[in-house]
Design a protein around this ligand. Structure first.
Ligand SMILES: Cc1cc2nc3c(=O)[nH]c(=O)nc-3n(C[C@H](O)[C@H](O)[C@H](O)COP(=O)(O)OP(=O)(O)OC[C@H]3O[C@@H](n4cnc5c(N)ncnc54)[C@H](O)[C@@H]3O)c2cc1C
Length: 451
């Protein structure tokens, strides 16, 4: 265990390393403790208690709002806990919290298995699963946290306990999408796995931005007839490199439609992608790459280009049941005024949500037929104000059509009810009761900025 206190020479460098993106909030823990074992975590929790320090936790550091950085207290850095063991016969795995999506999928692939890991290569399971976890092949495998069958954690008393279907069931429920305010340090996630798809195939279409209304309306009418194993994303921004190379103006924003599908054979995945060729404006596609067999690494490479490292980000994710064409068309017009060419909007027209709104099996409970992700991305600190203003105004313009938020990527600090607004009615109150039961003294920080 290594502790870096505020007065230590390497404090600021260590603090900055806790956050993946370059916009790092001015919040300063008293001490950052990097742990390498279960025993270290227990010791750290006991040390924090003895010094009266509240605890925050960091796994992969990808929280857009850096929830692990609090003012004061002890930040427990789990970045060294990044292993996974697989029981191929039982189709289960036990994963440590800081293992990254690419690492999980690489290990599972060697066993012919898979998991709905997140789309971004470097996000870690720790915060991802607590957020719910929107990952690959979610239509078939479900939201990632649904496939967590147990967790091992160090609780507020410094005891190592397990939460599963028999014991501490409320903690297991809370860990499935309850968000970054969990009353404990999760050391291991027990995961249910799936046979790896024999064929993964994608298509990529790049269209002029002014076709977004036509394409979004057509998708809204078509999505119900598409197989669950097909996920599709609309990107208004710079086209991914694999397609941009074919564009006349690769440094301008376009509309990319990116469907990916998973199946037992190339015939099956090709058939799943076929309806995308019936898009009424297909003849106006500037790039038309249909039916490309891809690996997990190919998919991760597209995501890495969509979310480049080394930039400053402001992010908002909303769920809406408004008309996708109207919402995306309005956002296309707003994008024309953004100060940064890097800024992008993602949209997914998903059809009716498939999650259980009563949240019986998991805290994760918010979804609607339209997902909008707004990613304001820029380079220089001197441009913070202009970019953040644009971002705020854009999100404000969406308020009339906002039904809820995604806990894992929303800015919790934007509203004291944002966590509640990211869950079905009653779920926030249940989470608060569980925190009260397991951490009455508030040893662990709760969701940042919430009342
Ligand atoms: C580039 C990028 C792409 C993304 N893509 C996706 C995506 O495709 N799908 C999706 O669902 N989300 C996505 N996200 C959001 C991401 O899942 C969340 O930000 C998640 O919290 C990141 O987890 P982390 O462990 O890397 O982050 P951290 O910042 O380390 O953790 C965030 C918070 O989670 C809690 N936490 C983490 N680990 C533990 C633990 N072991 N015990 C107790 N509490 C813990 C803590 O409160 C911590 O402060 C993306 C984020 C980025 C930056």
């Amino acid at each position: 265990m290594r502790a870096v206190w505020r007065t230590d020479a390497d404090y600021e460098a260590t603090r900055r390393r806790m956050v993946w993106q370059k916009r790092i909030p001015d919040r300063f823990p008293d001490v950052i403790v990097t742990v390498v074992s279960d025993a270290d975590v227990i010791e750290a929790v006991k040390l924090a208690r003895s010094r009266g320090l509240r605890i925050s936790v960091r796994a992969g550091g990808h929280s857009w709002i850096a929830t692990s950085l609090r003012d004061g207290g002890m930040l427990i850095d789990l970045s060294q806990l990044n292993g996974v063991t697989v029981d191929a016969e039982a189709r289960t795995a036990i994963a440590q919290p800081a293992i990254k999506n690419t690492e999980v999928m690489a290990v599972l692939s060697r066993h012919g298995l898979a998991f709905p890991a997140g789309h971004c290569p470097t996000v870690a399971l720790g915060g991802y699963l607590l957020s719910g976890g929107q990952g690959w092949n979610q239509g078939t495998w479900g939201i990632a946290c649904k496939n967590v069958t147990a967790i091992d954690l160090v609780n507020a008393d410094g005891d190592l306990i397990t939460a599963d279907a028999q014991q501490n069931t409320d903690l297991l429920w809370a860990s499935r999408g309850g968000g970054p305010g969990f009353p404990g340090v999760i050391l291991r996630y027990h995961l249910r796995l799936f046979p790896a798809p024999k064929s993964i195939m994608q298509s990529l279409y790049v269209y002029p931005l002014d076709l977004v209304e036509s394409i979004a309306s057509w998708l809204a009418q078509t999505v119900a007839s598409l197989p669950a194993s097909l996920e599709q994303l609309l990107l208004m921004g710079l086209a991914p490199p694999v397609a941009a190379a074919q564009l006349r103006h690769p440094r301008r924003r376009h509309l990319t439609l990116w469907p990916v599908t998973y199946g037992d054979s190339a015939d099956e995945t090709m058939a799943a992608l076929a309806p995308l060729e019936n898009c009424p404006v297909i003849d106006q596609a500037l790039v038309r790459q249909a039916n490309t067999p891809v690996s997990w690494d190919d998919l991760f490479a597209v995501e890495a280009a969509v979310f480049p490292e080394g930039y400053r980000y402001d992010v908002g994710i909303i769920w809406s049941d408004a008309d996708p064409a109207a919402v995306l068309g309005g956002l296309r017009d707003r994008l024309a005024e953004t100060p940064s060419i890097r800024t992008e909007i993602l949209g997914a027209v998903t059809g009716p949500p498939t999650i259980d709104p009563s949240a019986r099996e998991m805290a994760y409970s918010m979804a609607a037929p339209l997902y909008i992700g707004s990613f304001t991305i820029w380079e220089n600190p001197e441009d913070d104000e202009a970019n953040q203003r644009w971002h705020r105004d854009m999100l404000r313009s969406l308020e009339p059509v906002t039904r809820g938020h995604y806990m894992g990527e929303t800015d919790l600090t934007a509203s004291p009810t944002r966590a509640r607004d990211s869950l079905a009615p009653g779920v926030w109150e249940r989470l608060k009761a569980i925190r009260q039961r397991h951490d009455p003294a508030g040893v662990f920080y709760s969701h940042i900025g919430q009342s």
